[in-house]
Structures are given as structure tokens and as C-alpha cells.
Design a protein around this ligand. Structure first.
Ligand SMILES: [Fe+2]
Length: 277
């Protein structure tokens, strides 16, 4: 799917704390050139603050030598990203990681494991299924002083249908809920799109980021997702989700409450038709 053509820039300065722009360290950008093009695409969409978040296994954090080796790899990639950063001086770059929560107590003392070196930690789970007692894991993280940020919960199978109710509990535990722009636009299929919109309708999403894995023909989809919210009259929510709240998370502040998005039957139908056409 060539989604680059429809991704147009929104108005406010955007903040994206989940993307894979560090080259050569995961399934994101493969080269410095690809990273530079991605950075320019983000800049053109109005992103002004960007935290690059390569994948990292939580289990590694319990093995200091292995962690150091992985972080050295990421350090080298980060240097390559900084080497092309001059192309987009409007964008403030910092680093973090997307931690796979595959261990009960990851060690997160190293600032390179946290978003911009602050207290927020971006976490994901295996596509194979959420671990049992996932809420205990999230609670432990919070109790240990980190602010867990759940990356793309709408994409997990367990969240389909009534499973989405679980997010209320995550929020009660103090977890920041980050939805992917592509989930809102349908990039990952109908089920994920439906879950993303249900979360928006409940007012349970705190931030929207790109989770951009640069590839030819792919776009960060931030503009397209922002536009989808404008289409349903959710301009206030769009500003909070794409700009204000991701910035607050990085600054160690509480995200602002996001009013539930109201989407009429007619608007849902129009989106479905637009997707077909
Ligand atoms: Fe990611």
C-alpha cells in the first residue's frame, strides 16, 4: 500500500515518541539515507519533537554484559541518525527504546532505556499473546518509579471486542495509552481500526504516535490519522493526542484528559465508503 500520497501535514507542532528511525538496529530504517528521508517526512508533517525508539528486549536488561552490547549497537545507530539530523534542524531529536516486556522486573536505570532519558518507558508485548497477569507487570513498573507507556495496545488480539475494557484497568494503574496513527487509518486491518476507534470513543487514548518503520512507499500516517479525527469534528482531541499530550509525557507531566470522540453513524459509513474508493 502506498500511503505516502495521502499523508498531509496538520497544524500544531507534532510530537512523536514512538518510531524506528535509528538506522540498522531493528526492523526500522535500514540505512542513514533511509533515516534521513524518514526524518524529512516527519518534518514535513509538522513533527518538531521526535524520540527514536529502537526495539529492545526487557530480558536483556537483566544481563548487564548483553545489555551493554545491545546499547553499543544502538549508540552507533544513534550516531548515524545524528549524522543526518542537519537535514531537518526544525526537529529536536532525542532517544529512547521500545522495551518488550518479557520479564517481570526489567532494570531501567540506564537513561537510554527511557523516553528522552525521563521517567516514561515505552513498553510493548509479544504478538504471541499478552503475558498472564500483565496488569501486575505494569503495576510493578509503576511501583519501581517508571511511567509505563503502552505502545499500540489496540493491536493485541486480546483487546478485540469486549477485551478493550481491559484498558480502563491499565489507565487506573497509571499507564499512558499510546495508539498508532496507522491503527486509526486502517493500516493494520479492520479489527485493529475498530479497536482504535472504540478507545477514542471512550476517551481512553492519551497520545497518538507514528511507530514509523521507514520503507519506500510507507508514510508516518500522522497527517492522515489527524485528518480522520478532524473529519469527525474531533479537532480538540487531535491537538491533545498528537501534540500536547506526547509532549507532556516527555516532560514527566500528566497527560491532559482527552474528551471522548463522538462519531455518528453517517461519519462511520462515510469513512468506510472512502476506504473502498
Ligand atoms: Fe514500535
Amino acid at each position: 500500500m502506498d500511503d505516502a500520497v495521502t499523508d498531509t501535514p496538520p497544524n500544531p507542532p507534532l510530537v512523536c515518541f514512538h518510531n524506528h528511525l535509528v538506522p540498522g538496529v531493528d526492523d526500522g530504517a535500514r540505512s542513514a539515507e533511509e533515516a534521513r528521508d524518514a526524518l524529512l517526512a516527519m518534518r514535513d508533517l509538522g513533527v518538531r519533537r521526535l524520540v527514536a525508539t529502537p526495539h529492545l528486549s526487557g530480558e536483556l536488561t537483566e544481563r548487564p554484559a548483553a545489555l551493554e552490547r545491545r546499547l553499543e549497537e544502538i549508540d552507533a545507530g544513534w550516531d548515524r541518525l545524528l549524522g543526518v539530523a542537519d537535514a531537518a534542524p526544525e526537529v529536536t531529536l532525542s532517544r529512547g527504546a521500545e522495551i518488550m516486556l518479557d520479564t517481570p522486573r526489567p532494570r531501567l536505570d540506564d537513561p537510554r532505556l527511557r523516553l528522552g532519558g525521563g521517567s516514561a518507558v515505552l513498553v510493548e508485548f509479544s504478538w504471541g499473546g499478552l503475558p498472564p497477569r500483565v496488569e501486575d507487570l505494569l503495576h510493578e513498573l509503576k511501583a519501581g518509579g517508571a511511567r509505563p507507556v503502552a505502545a499500540h495496545p489496540e493491536r493485541y488480539r486480546e483487546m478485540r471486542g469486549r477485551g478493550v475494557e481491559r484498558i480502563e484497568e491499565w489507565r487506573r494503574l497509571g499507564v499512558v495509552i499510546q495508539v498508532n496513527a496507522g491503527s486509526i487509518t486502517g493500516r493494520y486491518g479492520r479489527e485493529v481500526e475498530r479497536t482504535a476507534w472504540t478507545l477514542l470513543e471512550r476517551g481512553w487514548v492519551d497520545a497518538v504516535c507514528s511507530d514509523f518503520h521507514p520503507r519506500p512507499g510507507h508514510a508516518p500516517l500522522l497527517g492522515k490519522a489527524y485528518e480522520a479525527l478532524l473529519e469527525v469534528g474531533a479537532e480538540e482531541q487531535a491537538g491533545l493526542l498528537f501534540s500536547v499530550n506526547p509532549g507532556r509525557v516527555l516532560d514527566g507531566e500528566e497527560p491532559e484528559p482527552v474528551p471522548p470522540v463522538r462519531r455518528g453513524l453517517l461519519q462511520s459509513l462515510r469513512r468506510r465508503l472512502a476506504r473502498r474508493g
